[in-house]
Write a protein that binds this ligand. Structure first.
Ligand code: NAP
Length: 266
């Protein structure tokens, strides 16, 4: 009975087990299961290394373990190595493989929403400088954006991000981007407001698409802002679904229906 799961600390809120279960049903994979794996930071590496013997084919990894997951892998995908973080581990013949499915999920969500094969000719602004901002900036560069800027509340972190990913620059103002990605945690709480972010009606006058990585039971601050201005908004659940589907494909060799996964988490 192959096992999968999601490891984080805390992780109780994660929708990944429901997503994985929906994928196994959609693919007709009987006996596959997904578990919540609450693992404190101090014991992540040793716990993860014990999972293959416990029957795990692979796991998703979330805050705060994405860097540690990359570090413990014997084989790192090129994307995960460039981003500096892994959200997917798979176990084969005693070897741990690390991948990052956040970046291709963000890239696919952007391209499909825009209806274009690449981001050529488009300026992308990423807000935030944590792990998901790194994946978002890398996704925008690899999709061929004409300019990728990173803004962060703490500017030094945006500088460090820009220094570590080719083709990314840091900015202290939003400019006039065509695409905006919110990779800050603003919006996680229902009462969060836009005040700390560099967006307003003027800076978004050219904006065609707003991708908000944050999701919750409520409508997020950035999604409400975009909706009020008539900007197309893609929400964080769409990225969650896509990164989960790509991880399932890594573990099982089969791609689940995105719609089945959307239905499971909406
Ligand atoms: P992280 O490493 O904790 O980074 C948080 C970022 O938010 C930092 O850049 C921080 O700026 C910024 N921030 C926090 N509060 C702020 C405020 N009041 N005003 C302006 N900026 C603020 O988190 P992460 O892992 O990158 O994730 C960021 C968000 O994306 C989370 O909400 C997470 O749930 C979501 N996410 C979604 C998916 C998905 O599949 N949809 C995947 C990954 C992440 P400072 O540097 O100044 O502290």
């Amino acid at each position: 009975m192959p096992l999968t799961g999601v490891a984080g600390w805390p992780v109780g809120h994660s929708r990944s087990p429901a997503l994985h279960a929906a994928a196994f049903i959609d693919l007709g994979l009987e006996g596959w299961e997904s578990q919540l794996l609450p693992i404190p930071p101090g014991v992540f590496a040793e716990t993860a290394m014990a999972l293959p013997d416990a029957g795990f084919a692979g796991i998703n990894v979330t805050i705060p373990h994405k860097e540690a997951a990359l570090a413990l892998a014997g084989v790192q995908s090129a994307d995960a190595a460039a981003i500096g973080a892994a959200n997917t581990l798979s176990f084969h013949d005693g070897v741990v493989h690390a991948s990052n499915t956040d970046a291709p999920a963000i890239r696919d969500a952007l391209l499909e929403s825009l209806g274009t094969p690449s981001l050529e000719g488009l300026r992308v602004l990423v807000m935030g400088a944590g792990g998901s901002a790194r994946a978002a900036a890398y996704a925008a560069v690899s999709a061929g954006a004409d300019g990728v800027s990173v803004w962060n509340r703490t500017p030094e972190r945006a500088v460090a991000l820009a220094d570590s990913i080719n083709g990314v620059e840091h900015v202290v103002e939003a400019g006039r981007p065509d695409v905006v990605i919110n990779a800050t945690s603003v919006g996680l709480n229902a009462e969060d407001v836009m005040a700390g972010l560099p967006l307003d009606e003027a800076t978004t006058s050219d904006c065609r698409l707003l991708l908000d990585l944050v999701y919750g039971e409520h409508q997020t601050a950035v999604s409400s802002f975009g909706g009020e201005l008539g900007i197309t908004v893609v929400d964080g659940l769409e990225v969650l679904v896509r990164q989960g589907a790509l991880s399932i494909e890594i573990w099982t060799g089969q791609a689940p229906s995105l719609q089945a996964l959307r239905d499971a988490v909406s």
